[in-house]
Design a protein around this ligand. Structure first.
Ligand SMILES: *Cc1c(COP(=O)(O)O)cnc(C)c1O
Length: 247
């Protein structure tokens, strides 16, 4: 068994343990493997161990890896900040974008999503705890943005993504689940989304997946516990040097 396969198994065990404790079925929580700063060989090792969903923070790095792994049936999520000049590339390469925090970006993605591909699956990123340099829409602006994004023809709005500050109180996680439920209920009442389309609360990473799942996360984004540690500069959301980028 590879190190990555063993790590994946341990992460699945963590998820199952907290689901059991919270009386949620283990199938209620999906695992997104965050492969940023790691190479295609690591993605392939995770795929060989059964992993299918991968997350990338940086557009260029992600697109290179998607190209290298195109023979595998994988689902790619962009989870990092997205600038307007990169939306065309993202709309053509990724399956999901979880980091939408303004209408202009969503409009461009909808316009630029190739007709040959299914709609782009998207989440709105919420700034949960008002941290100073955090991206994400403020909770009181969320519903207005959600209404507009739900109307875009080539996007499917699936839910929310958030990155609480390290060590955030359980209350922060519970508020996010409440916001997810309330927003979904409103959108459904207003006829803006159908059925179970609003099904994703992307919350929890290596250090806080237990807190997130206990509060009702439906998807955790885990990097370190699967692939190992990253250089310090890459641990934040600022673009990091990457071997394949300097080429
Ligand atoms: C890097 C990153 C993760 C994974 O973080 P780990 O602590 O390595 O599990 C999850 N979500 C986002 C948005 C990230 O940037």
């Amino acid at each position: 068994m590879t190190m990555i396969a063993a790590n994946l198994q341990r992460v699945h065990e963590r998820i199952a343990a907290v689901c059991a404790q919270a009386q949620r079925p283990a199938s209620a929580v999906r695992l997104l493997a965050v492969s940023k700063t790691f190479g295609a060989a690591d993605v392939q090792a995770a795929h060989a161990a059964g992993q299918r969903m991968f997350g990338e923070n940086y557009v260029q790095e992600g697109v290179e890896k998607i190209t290298l792994c195109r023979d595998l049936a994988l689902q790619w999520h962009l989870i990092g900040p997205l600038q307007a000049n990169k939306t065309r590339t993202v709309a053509a390469a990724f399956d999901w974008v979880e980091s939408i925090d303004r209408l202009r970006i969503a409009q461009r993605l909808s316009e630029q999503r190739p007709e040959t591909l299914p709609p782009l699956q998207v989440c709105l990123q919420v700034n949960a705890d008002g941290g100073p340099n955090k991206s994400g829409v403020a909770p009181d602006e969320l519903l207005a943005l959600a209404r507009e994004v739900a109307a875009l023809p080539r996007l499917r709005l699936r839910g929310l993504m958030s990155i609480p500050e390290p060590g955030a109180a359980p209350e922060v996680y519970r508020r996010l689940r409440q916001l997810f439920d309330d927003t979904g209920a409103r959108l459904r009442e207003e006829g803006r989304i159908e059925g179970d389309r609003w099904d994703t609360l992307s919350l929890g990473m290596t250090a806080d997946l237990e807190a997130a799942i206990a509060a009702g996360s439906t998807q955790v984004r885990v990097g370190t516990a699967i692939f190992g540690g990253r250089p310090a500069a890459a641990a934040t959301s600022s673009p990091a040097p990457h071997p394949s980028r300097s080429a």
